[in-house]
Design a protein around this ligand. Sequence first.
Ligand SMILES: C[C@@H]1N[C@@H](C#Cc2ccccc2)[C@H](O)[C@@H]1O
Length: 439
Amino acid sequence: NITLKYGAERIGKRTDQPMQDWRNYGLGQFIHWGVYAIPGGHWNGKYYAGAAEWIRSWEGMPNEAYDNLYKEFNPKNFNANAWAKQAKELGAKYVIITTKHHDGFCLWPSEYTDYTIANTPYKKDIIGALVEAYDKQGIDVYLYFSIIDWNHFGYKSKLVTDKDRTDYEVFKEFTRNQLIELLTRYPETKGLWFDGTWDAAWKEQASYVYDLDKELREMIPGLIIGSRFRPDDYGNRHFDANGNMMGDYEQGWERKMPNTIEEVHGNDWDCVMTIPENQWGYHSDWRGHVKTSNELIEMLVKAVALDGNFVLNFGPDGLGTIRKEETKLAKQVGEWMKVNSTAIYNCGYLDWEKQDWGYFTTNRITQEKYMVVFNQPISGVYTVKTKKGVSIEKAYLLDNPGLELSIEKTYNNEFLIQYNPENHPEEPFVMVIETNKDQ
Ligand SMILES: C[C@@H]1N[C@@H](C#Cc2ccccc2)[C@H](O)[C@@H]1O
């Protein structure tokens, strides 16, 4: 074991109520919005193939041009209540909203910079409106904050000269001031989702970030911060030099997912996912694969089945409209959730052997067990291998409890559930299984 001053603050999961609530969300919504939504992945008639929120880094986008976009930011279609209502219908239990992305543009009227919504034609506090609207819908609010800030003179990716270091000290105080400002203005905030912490300069700040982390947590008891904030004594992120996770949940699953429970190392985690292959901010021309509702539902179920949360990203356009493709998917996933969220909310991993037909989930409070089916066996036979001494006594469809399914027990404690409907369901469906024990 390596002695660390700034390593993991705790071994094992947080057990307090705010973290239990976080663990039981299942489904969240990510909102990426900012001035990058104005160009929407194009400039000067040229198509930008990268992630739209990174367009300022593209040689086809002059920094000067980008840095003046805020002067035309006037989202006349923006309606915080409509966004929150759509998220409610999607079935999201929490939302993560970009307060400031890497470009440094603040969606709240920060007093620490002029590069904010207050100095746009729109003027009004976007973050305040969204916090209020989502709160009203009973959706918990988390704030995304980028440490990278291309707009601040003191931001450096690495510290080479003495001037870099003195400038960076100013940047660190600016960062601290903005974070305190956000938690002061929006005390309803349940957590901070940090990003842009991969720079060498930040990875040298273990002591500073350790103290800042502590200060922020003291401001809002129960505040939840993931593994993407603190570096350890040696500049390690997410996991310290002893392999222990720093922060309250792992934030390593961006546009990817674990496949086995072993890969999550007993930690809480979230998967943040885009609908196209790699666009967080608004891009008017999605190319490559755009995920269908059934693909997204399978990712959601897989996350819950492996004790994680699934956070689906939406990138509103420059006028504040959530595009039709995202609206359609929110509706489709929401309709599925209306029927099947019993197998999602308050649910997590069931340590039975994974089967080809889909995923097991279990309600952490009631111990009720679910089989979420994505791959119907041609045979109509669903194999379930339980733990020793655990028998399946009943099986039925979540959306038709009256239709009990036949169960056959084999000699080596496998249970074969028979279900062969005439009309094959077009969507994933859930079977409920009742056992003789609560294991
Ligand atoms: C949550 C997501 N993290 C950000 C990123 C990134 C990134 C940057 C470089 C290499 C790989 C990933 C994206 O812009 C989005 O905000």
